[in-house]
Design a protein around this ligand. Structure first.
Ligand code: HEC
Length: 142
């Protein structure tokens, strides 16, 4: 009878462990915070089919972002390697994040909770229009 009892416990624990792992479904899910009111719902005036805008965004990105985020946004830029938190993987970002989030993060950078990172704010350095150009360019990352 004692043996049966142990078997029972093992079985219950097993079922519990299985159910704790399940339920995710494996889909990429957006877990980033929503932008504050002054950024929420802002819409990108451009699309990735605006070739001139994508080209302008690339010029800015290569100068101001690639050193940390890497040329293709993989987070593998030389200046980003030692940073903690590490530069985001922008390829994964653009699969789930909305434009208003991306615009907000580029504008305000990482000097705020919950990010607390060395991502430099671009507000006051780039114009709103230039920030949208970069947003549009990074949306071409695959
Ligand atoms: C000094 C290195 C550095 C530079 C330069 C830099 N970033 Fe970042 N960036 C980071 C780090 C570190 C993070 C991750 C932490 C965070 O979310 O703040 C980040 C995060 C981001 C995020 C949010 C990613 C996410 O997954 O939520 C975006 C968008 C972004 N950067 C875009 C840019 C763009 C566009 C530029 C150029 C205009 C740029 N960054 C320049 C370091 C940098």
């Amino acid at each position: 009878m004692k043996k049966l009892g142990i078997l029972w416990i093992v079985l219950v624990l097993g079922v519990f462990a299985l159910s704790a792992c399940g339920g995710g479904g494996g889909e990429a899910k957006e877990t980033r915070p929503t932008p504050p009111p002054e950024y929420a719902g802002k819409t990108n005036p451009y699309t990735t089919s605006d070739a001139n805008v994508v080209a302008a965004g690339k010029t800015i990105y290569d100068q101001r972002c690639a050193s940390c985020h890497g040329e293709r946004g993989l987070g593998d830029g030389p200046a980003g390697q030692a940073l903690d938190p590490h530069p985001g993987n922008l390829v994964e970002l653009v699969k789930v994040a909305k434009d208003d989030y991306i615009f907000w993060r580029i504008s305000e950078g990482g000097a705020m909770a919950p990010f607390n990172s060395s991502m430099p704010a671009q507000k006051g350095i780039l114009t709103e229009d230039e920030i949208w150009q970069v947003v549009t360019y990074i949306k071409t990352f695959k």
